[in-house]
Design a binder for this molecule. Structure first.
Ligand code: NDP
Ligand code: CA
Length: 320
């Protein structure tokens, strides 16, 4: 018998008007690399048995299939070629993967290759226009962090959307590197939108007309520089999960919650950024409560990663 999955509800932050008929569902999730979870992460309250790949892979796939996102952004993927790519391709997803150049997974005995970022999209909803993989730089120096950026066209509305996934440098003391990596990503994304096939669309024909979604494990709490850099960027981005809060202005209390030998870590590090004047947030999947997560925190028999999935429904705003 397996412990039950978390029951999470969608919160509809809207304004009373009727829900759009076909929102775009987006999932952001650091799934926890298999090699890191078993090898070096030292989640001291999680039984090793709960971390075995045959157990975890079904929990990860089950989580994805429960919500069936049109766009799926994953970090710490070290089973892309043997699991996620083929399984999700069979379910109608197309995908791009970018491994980290010096993945820490490679230091773990019996590893399954490097971990990296993967971006999946539902081919019945989106058409791929272009994609690129990026090795992020910090202060002009190439780093070990990567991103995948794609340009998609929605088959229902015909509108273009730029989607990116990233996983920034972990650990305290690296705040300036994260900030620099974030700026580098924003620069790459702007250039990518400019040079994409078909060029910028929209009434005025400027880059500002292409909505943007940037999903990631930023390894940064909301008071960090990189968060401010995204919130204040000229791209007009906002963080979707703020919509869960009563005032609509506050990030959730946690997106990751784990216990290491050094202590408990409960913090908000994962985000879904979106272009505020081009997309509206129709629904946000709430976070499990402390009680649901349980005293041993994450990962656990109930949940396969130390990071929680973030799931939002978006719709295009009317073009002006
Ligand atoms: P990061 O610091 O970004 O972290 C890598 C992973 O470790 C992340 O997935 C992170 O998870 C996880 N992590 C964060 N905190 C802890 C912790 N306290 N204990 C265990 N795991 C943690 O690493 P880099 O990508 O910059 O790579 C650093 C590692 O990569 C080195 O330790 C080395 O092993 C290897 N490396 C090897 C090189 C070579 O020449 N062979 C060159 C460069 C790196 P999360 O994001 O969820 O917090
Ligand atoms: Ca991790």
């Amino acid at each position: 018998d397996r412990p039950p999955r978390f029951h999470r509800k969608f919160i509809h932050p809207s304004h009373g008007d009727s829900a759009p008929s076909s929102p775009i569902r987006v999932m952001q999730w650091n799934i926890l690399a298999q090699a890191l979870g078993e090898g070096v992460d030292s989640f001291v309250q999680c039984p090793l048995e709960a971390l075995s790949w045959p157990q975890r892979k079904y929990l990860i796939l089950e989580e994805i299939l429960t919500y069936r996102p049109h766009i799926l952004c994953l970090q710490e993927v070290d089973h892309y070629y043997d699991t996620f790519q083929p399984v999700l391709a069979g379910l109608g997803y197309s995908s791009n993967f970018c491994p980290k150049p010096w993945s820490p997974c490679l230091d773990v005995e019996g590893n399954n290759g490097p971990d990296g970022c993967a971006l999946f999209f539902d081919q019945s909803r989106f058409e791929l226009l272009d994609s690129m993989s990026i090795r992020l730089s910090a202060m002009l120096i190439p780093t070990n962090q990567v991103a995948v950026v794609t340009m998609l066209r929605c088959r229902i509305t015909g509108r273009r959307m730029c989607v990116a996934v990233t996983h920034l440098k972990a650990r305290s003391g690296w705040e300036r590197v994260r900030s620099s990596q974030g700026s580098d990503l924003l620069r790459h994304v702007q250039n990518f939108i400019k040079k994409c096939p078909g060029g910028p669309t929209g009434a005025s024909g400027t880059d500002a007309d292409t909505p943007l979604l940037i999903c990631g494990d930023f390894n940064a709490i909301p008071t960090e520089d990189v968060y401010r850099c995204f919130a204040l960027s000229p791209l007009g981005l906002d963080s979707a999960y703020k919509k869960l809060s009563r005032d609509g202005l506050t990030e959730p209390e946690y997106t990751t919650w784990k216990i290491r030998p050094t202590g408990e870590c409960c913090s908000t590090l994962d985000y879904i950024w979106y272009t505020q004047n081009k997309l509206s947030v129709e629904a946000v999947l709430d976070m499990p409560t402390e009680e649901q997560i349980g005293p041993n925190r994450l990962p656990s028999y109930n949940y396969p990663s130390d990071h929680l999935s973030l799931v939002c429904d978006f719709s295009f705003k009317e073009e002006d």
